[in-house]
Design a protein around this ligand. Structure first.
Ligand SMILES: Nc1ncnc2c1ncn2[C@@H]1O[C@H](COP(=O)(O)OP(=O)(O)O)[C@@H](O)[C@H]1O
Ligand SMILES: CC(C)(COP(=O)(O)O)[C@@H](O)C(=O)NCCC(=O)O
Length: 345
């Protein structure tokens, strides 16, 4: 088990069983190694304690100032310079090499076809539980990648825009299933990714508001041929029942942000309490009814939403996708990344 998370069901993974030893770690198996006999895919990863991963930064220059980092902080986070240097810079270096290699392959294909060389957007999927820190991670990654010397255009799109609007969710009795596969318009999500990958000049994504808890009517995010698209959401590594294509078919790289459930639950509750003092106070907040609850009652409400919706979704639909990611980042109680799994090629 990975740091207390429940065992994954024995399920084949694309690279499962290919590599049974994990060089570079003393205990011989990764922290999340499945019970013997299971076909879990963790053996397909090289596991790096944070300090070893940090060494892979090589000479990647630090491209963010303290002020930049301060500007990136979300509501409660304490993102440190150490986190940027130890975790994000090696990842930035890896991605830089990967993007260059992908572009090289694109040149080969365009040359074969006798067409002008136009590299398609490089798409990075970011998955993980509600409240694990996906959005924060994605925003920092976007800022760091955009500061590469060739200044790539890096767009960030979140999958909550592809949730059905509240009206539809209510009609279908899905308001307690937000974030579950059936609450998303997956066809629209796949069509969006397909159009971006095809290099269409302008592709629109719908926009979700956490304030109104609904899709914003008439609002769109327009994506214009980015060099890199970061596509973030709890469902990005999920299969879509019956559909010929999955979101991950369009990914060049993917990351799963992981942590112990008790920590994620705590982050969810802390975020809820902070929002209670801020966003919930606004008249158009969906959660306005909770704005004056005493803290103990607000904690109880947050715990209920966590247990009845988000934790169930984590168990049933999100955690089982972890081993589809190319990179798994495991966070400790204070949000700092303590272990990194990199999939063997
Ligand atoms: N690196 C970090 N350091 C400190 N706090 C963080 C960090 N990442 C996320 N958080 C906090 O944890 C909570 C969940 O993060 P968020 O990015 O909103 O999660 P998600 O997008 O996965 O729902 C938020 O309150 C956020 O401020
Ligand atoms: C809209 C979401 C599914 C999106 O999750 P995210 O990708 O932002 O982690 C989630 O924030 C949500 O609303 N979950 C339903 C229960 C709740 O209100 O937390």
């Amino acid at each position: 088990m990975l740091h207390g998370t429940p065992p994954l069901p024995g399920r084949p993974s694309p690279a499962g069983g290919l590599a049974r030893t994990i060089p570079g770690i003393s205990q011989g198996v990764p922290a999340g190694a499945p019970a013997s006999g299971s076909a879990g895919g963790q053996a397909a990863y090289r596991v790096f304690p944070r300090a070893e991963w940090a060494e892979l930064r090589a000479n990647t220059p630090l491209s963010l100032s303290d002020d930049d980092i301060a500007g990136l902080r979300g509501l409660t986070e304490r993102l440190s310079m150490a986190e940027v240097v130890d975790v994000f810079l090696p990842l930035s270096r890896l991605l830089n090499l990967q993007v260059a290699a992908a572009r090289g392959l694109g040149v080969v294909q365009d040359t074969f076809l006798g067409r002008p060389v136009v590299p398609p957007p490089y798409i990075i999927g970011i998955a993980g539980s509600v409240a694990v820190g996906k959005s924060t991670f994605a925003r920092v990654l976007q800022a760091i990648l955009a500061r590469w010397p060739d200044h790539p255009k890096v767009e960030l799109v979140t999958t909550d825009g592809f949730l059905y609007p509240t009206r539809v969710l209510e009609e279908r009795g899905l308001m307690q299933r937000k974030g579950f596969p059936e609450s998303y318009d997956l066809r629209r999500m796949i069509a969006f990714l397909s159009a971006v990958k095809a290099g269409e000049p302008e592709v629109a994504a719908p926009v979700y508001s956490h304030l109104t808890y609904d899709i914003m009517p008439g609002r769109q995010q327009i994506v214009r041929r980015p060099d890199i698209l970061i596509f973030e959401g709890l469902n990005v590594l999920q299969p879509s029942a019956g559909a010929p294509l999955l979101a991950s078919d369009f990914f060049d790289f993917s990351v799963y942000v992981d942590a112990e459930e008790r920590h994620i639950a705590e982050w969810y509750i802390q975020r809820f309490l902070l929002l209670q003092r801020t966003a919930f106070q606004k008249p158009d907040s969906y959660f306005q009814r909770y704005k004056d609850l005493p803290e103990a009652e607000a904690v109880a409400v947050a715990q209920n939403i966590w247990r009845q919706i988000n934790l169930v979704n984590l168990h049933e639909n999100i955690q089982p996708t972890r081993e589809r990611a190319r990179l798994v980042l495991h966070k400790g109680a204070d949000h700092s990344v303590d272990e990194i799994w990199l999939r063997r090629m």
